[in-house]
Design a protein around this ligand. Structure first.
Ligand code: PMP
Length: 428
């Protein structure tokens, strides 16, 4: 691993230039490193487990583009498939067998997905799934959970209040209150609040949406019974359950979180890994529900680049490499060993590392939280203060204490052992 990184001159310069033409210089806010300070690195290339910036520095990457890169950067098979497809044209605006191949691959393996449609991002997948749920049930109300992120469509940018249930406070300027007034928010991990919500509002609920494993406010690993209770209550009240597997889909195993919980959601949303690093999202589920979509049914949804052929081959090549379960098993083992090595080296520090498969989250607090309100803000601040010094030693952690880390198939045991030892020496 490299020694201390001093030279970030070109990244600094590029950020200055970028700010002149782009708000904050970035095309997605967290990339500005506002929470952690330090210089946002401009990346020149990625290879395997490493990122290389424009100043020639190398970083062991635990962000992995926020989850898609389960095989690491520039996996040779994915790159070859993409190269071949690019030569045949990048988009046709017409159907291809490639769309069918990826759809069939997923439908064959994910039991609750009987029918699927591709879009271009996780946000679009969730936005469309919610519209389908409303169209199918003829109801407007949706329920989400505090701490879960489902992309930035208007009706899901909702703030949680302090009560058991709150309705419709937009969490972003530019979102009319009338839009979020149909979105209820509940705390996670609270059976009583869930039951009383359904008793009062269940019969007018179109859908409840929850992350497979909430991984956007730390890693809030839920009790299986809680997810099963949500499944039971939605079914009982004629509402749909949407499981957002944008992060967990094909990450925690071939069956995603739904298989782990042994539940059958009505709709599931995907992104990240299913595009193999290209911009892809998808939503799918019960065929009877999906058939409300245009051109079969009355719910409109469309996309110029939906099912993009280059993205389809990147996704399919990635999923085919995962199909026999070997990579997931290896990822499970090496991430567990890494977390154990790091945890046992961090003696005398109040720290807990949450892990699910190859996702981990470093939490500077005694107990691992299961709900957003039990995340210790001081622990997040502590992570944020350390980020820059860790980055300067060649380890790229996500630039916010609320974000989770990912391990890829390209991370070797040796890299992980070295990283655990280095992190242990830098964490204070
Ligand atoms: N749902 C979940 C669970 C996510 O983690 C994300 C993004 N991190 C989204 C939806 C939105 O996906 P995208 O950024 O591709 O729009």
């Amino acid at each position: 691993m490299n020694d201390r990184i001093y030279n970030t001159e070109k990244s600094v310069k590029l950020m200055e230039l970028a700010r002149r033409v782009t708000p904050g210089g970035v095309h997605s806010p967290v990339r500005a490193f506002q929470a952690v300070g330090g210089v946002p690195r401009f990346i020149e290339r990625g290879e395997g487990a490493y990122l290389y910036d424009v100043d020639g520095n190398r970083y062991l990457d635990f962000c992995c583009s926020w989850g898609p890169l389960i095989l690491g950067h520039a996996d040779p098979d994915v790159v070859a498939a993409v190269r071949e497809q690019v030569g045949k044209g990048m988009t046709y605006g017409a159907s291809t067998q490639l769309e069918y191949n990826l759809a069939k691959f997923i439908v064959d393996r994910i039991e609750p997905v009987e029918s699927i449609r591709f879009v271009s991002s996780g946000t679009e997948a969730v936005m469309s799934a919610v519209r389908v749920a409303r169209g199918f049930t003829g109801r407007d109300l949706i329920l989400k959970f505090e701490g879960c992120y489902h992309g930035h469509s208007d009706h899901l940018l909702v703030q949680a209040g302090s009560g058991a249930v709150t309705f419709g406070q937009p969490s972003s300027a530019g979102v009319p209150q009338v839009i979020t007034s149909h979105t209820a928010v509940l705390p996670l991990d609270n059976d009583a609040a869930l039951k009383s919500f359904f008793a009062e509002h269940g019969d007018r609920l179109a859908a409840a949406i929850i992350e497979g494993i909430p991984a956007n406010n730390g890693l809030l690993i839920q009790r299986h019974e809680y997810l099963r209770l949500l499944r039971e209550l939605t079914a009982k009240h004629g509402a749909l359950m949407i499981l957002d597997e944008v992060i967990t889909g094909f990450r925690v195993g071939m069956g995603g979180a739904a298989a782990d919980y042994k539940i059958r959601p009505d709709l599931l949303t995907y992104g990240k890994i299913i595009g193999g690093g290209m911009p892809v999202g998808a939503f799918g589920g019960r065929a009877e529900v999906m058939d409300v979509l245009s051109p079969v049914g009355p719910v409109y949804q469309a996309g110029t680049l939906s099912g993009n052929p280059v993205a389809m081959v990147a996704g399919l090549t990635t999923l085919q490499k995962l199909a026999d379960g070997r990579i997931h098993a290896e990822l499970e083992n090496k991430t567990r060993q890494f977390v154990e090595r790091l945890s046992s080296a961090l003696t005398g520090i109040t720290v807990n590392i949450a892990r699910m498969a190859s996702i981990f989250w470093i939490a500077f607090q005694r107990d691992l939280p299961r709900s957003a309100s039990t995340i210790d803000g001081e622990g997040i601040a502590r992570y944020n203060r350390m980020h820059d010094s860790i980055l300067r030693r060649g380890i790229y952690l996500p630039p916010s204490g609320y974000e989770v880390c990912f391990v890829s198939a390209a991370h070797t045991d040796e890299m992980l052992n070295q990283a655990a030892d280095k992190l242990a020496s830098l964490i204070e």
